[in-house]
Ligand binder design. Sequence first.
Ligand code: F6R
Length: 609
Amino acid sequence: MCGIVGYIGKRDVAPLLLEGLQRLEYRGYDSAGIVITSRTAAGKPGTLKMVKAKGRVRELEAKVPKRFAGTTGIAHTRWATHGAPSDENAHPHLDADNKVAVVHNGIIDNASELRAKLTADGIVFLSDTDTEVLVHLIARAQADTLEEKVREALRHVEGTYGIAVMHADFNDRIVVARNGSPVVLGIGEKEMFVASDVAALVAHTRQVVTLDDGEMATLKADDFRTYTTEGSTTTATPTTVEWEAESYDMGGHDTYMHKEIFEQADAVDRVLRGRIDDRFSTVHLGGLNLDAREARGVRRIKILGCGTSYHAGQIGAQLIEELARIPADAEPASEFRYRNPVVDPDTLYVAVSQSGETYDVLAAVQELKRKGARVLGVVNVVGSAIAREADGGTYVHAGPEVCVVSTKCFTNTVVAFALLALHLGRIRDLSVADGKRIIDGLRRLPEQISEILAGEDEIKRLAAEYAEAKSMMFIGRVRGYPVAREASLKLKEVSYIHAEAYPASELKHGPLALIEPAMPTVAIVPDDDLLEKNRAAMEEIKARSGRILAVAHQVQEKADHTIVVPKNENELDPILMGIPLQLFAYHTALAMGRDIDKPRNLAKSVTVE
Ligand code: F6R
């Protein structure tokens, strides 16, 4: 999804901004642009110089003229919402006098209304974007300062935005504002950065300030200040980003997806580190802000997330029910708000998000908080909007995930849920012996993950065999069902092969009609109390000449192929069973020549509704 990067200081700004844009490429985009200026003597207006290009950042770079010097600038990668991808619709946008430049992430909901009014007043629009209304509103604002002009413009606007604004008459500063779309300031030595994602900053500074919704900031080369859209000053204490710039590099792998799949053993080790308390067979989760008495009072847990995070939440709900015996379920956050949910004071709500910025999840959290609910966050990005909005929670410590398709964050999120379930279980009725059993199982995970990944060659061979399928079925029961759902999502988003996921028990209630040799099935078959039932489902498929690839703890006779995974505790098996299917999706997509890290139509962090 769209990315913003900006700089004010002494360095040559264009190469800095282009490098920043490259670091944001992973988010998905279809065009890019840059506007720069140089500092002038006080009172003397500057000149804004702009270049925009449809396509990749390297195409923008190729268009940047040799003499394109400046020390202040803002740049953008755009993911089309209003108006097709084109040079004209790419950001930044300028007003008719080339004085005001704006880059914008988010959506202005009342853009058409504002556009009609501005057009009636004689303004000529050069693009189809919603953003351009902001430029004209700022240019027309009567206020004396850039901050006031931006504030005046924002008063007319409904919707979401993360914006960065430059003005030729105020070229000692960049003004930024946030409402629903991330804006992070990077604090340097006599230089300041701004970006929509720390990925664009960490090569230059690890000191950051994340703006809240309704907050604005003025960046100058040697200082910054933050304030609300109403004008009152806010306190902004810089925090240090833990992620190194190198964690964004490919590290010898051909794609980020491959790198991130292979980082999972270390990532799981990280989420466990320092949390296990062997003395009481439990775990400590520092940031929950939920004491034992409050935890005992929880009658129900509702987990909210989107896509892969929702699937992680489904496994999380099962872990909580099994280990803590608290009724729990997961629901897509994108639907939750719209069904006017009953918000119960004894229910604990848990918002799950890798990015911590997904609009649908954030909006669900805000709706819940408005209704007085207690919300925990299970989030990867430290200091992200959902992490800050929640009453407490836990970080999943997966490290940065660059590939649009989530793999290591999924696994770490499920492990984080296992920790939460164990923690709640040990406060309630989970015995010391069971607590120890789960802890021992958790400790075995990193090694077992490495063991699974060592089987890559065989998985690659299987992927080549199944890559001809036009459509695939994924089945599992109870613990295996969310694994099947996530595996089917992985396959479709990265290979574009159509895939369906069903509980194995539901096959005969309809989807069995689809089974034929051309429709292979991936069956999740753990060695648990449902093993025989899963075998019976495979029998039904075989009887209809369906091909089966099983993921199981032992070779399955009914299946054409089995990927055997190491056995852990029944409750923790789902964590491992999905991993070979990430590699299966990866190699299928590779065999089909797909753009693995940036699948078509998808973006990493979906900050619009
Ligand atoms: C799929 C994927 C998405 C995200 C979803 C929510 O591989 O990554 O389905 O899980 O867009 O994103 P987060 O977790 O950032 O809230």
